[in-house]
Design a protein. Sequence first.
Length: 146
Amino acid sequence: MRPFLLVLATSVFACEPGFDTLQVFVDGTTAGFTCGGDFENYLSVDRGALNCLGYICASEYQPGSNECTSSTTNELLDTCVAQFFSCFRPSGACNADNQSWPDGHRIEVLEGSQSRGFFAPGAEEPCILEDDFGRELTTATLVRRR
């Protein structure tokens, strides 16, 4: 039990530079986020904002589009969530596989696990890992690798 408490204690300053975890909660048309497990800084946005991150690949908004670079339509700009995804910034429409972009960014289910990896162009290791991808998208914890 003590190591678990230590992990929670190290993530108290969730939205300061350098936090390592992000929790995502999806419910219908909204998505919620806590950076580093800090529920005092809970952020709730329209689920479409997930498209701007490249977290899901849908046609409503495409990463790098005018909608995604405008604070009017993308509530995640300048938030701890955008900071967390700074290592994974795809641009444009995703490829037909719905898991990669022409610029080289890709999402892969990691062999032998229920985790997804978010890869920058040309990277051999993911910069972000998502646990328990195999279940229906309602709650997930993402870990930023350094």
